[in-house]
Design a protein around this ligand. Sequence first.
Ligand SMILES: Cc1ncc(C[n+]2csc(CCOP(=O)(O)OP(=O)(O)O)c2C)c(N)n1
Ligand SMILES: [Mg+2]
Length: 389
Amino acid sequence: MANKRSTDPPIPPEPAEYGGEVKYLSQSNVDVPTHQLVTPDGTYEKDAIPALDPESFRDLYRWMVTSRVFNRRMVQMQRRGELGTFGSNRGQEASIVGSAYTLQPDDWMFLGRAWTAMFIRGVSMTDMILFWRGLEAAQRSFAEHNSQIAISIGSHLPLATGTAWGIDIEGEDTVSMAYFGDGATSTGGTHEALNLAGALELPVLFFCQNNQYAISMPFSKQTKATTIAQKALAYGIDAIRVDGQDVLAVYDAVANAREHVRRGEPVFVESVTYRLDAHTTSDDPTRYRDEEEEAAWEENDPIERYQSFLEAEDLWSGIDHDAVVAEAEDEFDAALRTANEFEERSIDDVFRYVYEKLPPELQRQLAEYKALLEERPEMYDYIEQRPKG
Ligand SMILES: Cc1ncc(C[n+]2csc(CCOP(=O)(O)OP(=O)(O)O)c2C)c(N)n1
Ligand SMILES: [Mg+2]
């Protein structure tokens, strides 16, 4: 590891050898291993397993199950018309939980679909429901260094790098972490964030969940790169590719990466996983992927794989699966009751939330918006009910 840059003044390059054929630098020469600790059939080498205490091993399981319960309940709510839309992360539990579990309270977190990480960091289910209902109160999690879901794809990566720059200037012993998807790596913001992080050697951890799709766009069409991990190398950033269905491998990789990041060596992690549900509740995946593919990934279930590890280690006896589910259901019921107590917000709130005094441009937009609603009152229903993606 350690990517040391020369600080010598630039000089014309010395070729290694003279003459001969034109040599290509090709990705086919780059060997990209994938870190895995527990195989899909549950085999592992005991010595390679991270040294966690028994309760932490069980915690990883509980968080993954809690995530699955939350996913199920939110999809049900949307189907009943109690939510505009929802983006499930079923299938990605190991990838999200294994990584988030390595973070320290003062670290900064920016994310997209990895919202389960918020719960691990103390954000309430109420706030997550409020977020998906479009209520600004959900943004209060930022006070605890947890930035709510970035809807504009890739927009949070420059923020994560900028935050890392602040950490560096202040000399704090924390890191900034950005979760994002395979699709986000095609945005300009991702390039800028990676380049600046590498050039300034900032304490930022880039965690890309390659869940194989950006809505209907498969990974094979997203990029000509054979892996996402190797993209980091061009920025002088070291990378790890990890099996995202193996919670212990993800934990191990990210805990290791976090140590490098603390020292100002940014790291890029590609976690290879799969989104089992639709992109959001507004999407129909049968239009772009077949059942055999989904069935193969259902088989590669991260929770079942981890259960077999817990059983082999005799840690399973300390877990009451039904009680974990019941507790998550109760927490969800209570969170929903609190969320339902929030009054419906007016259009004004959307404009007034950020600024104490509304800037002229937003004043103009608000007036235009109100005039439109007065002229065409039926638009109000359309705005409230329209599915978001
Ligand atoms: C700037 C921008 N362009 C387009 C969209 C519409 N959109 C929402 S999610 C998404 C795909 C994101 O794919 P990926 O980064 O792989 O994350 P995933 O949804 O798979 O977690 C797109 C194109 C958006 N939200 N923001
Ligand atoms: Mg994706």
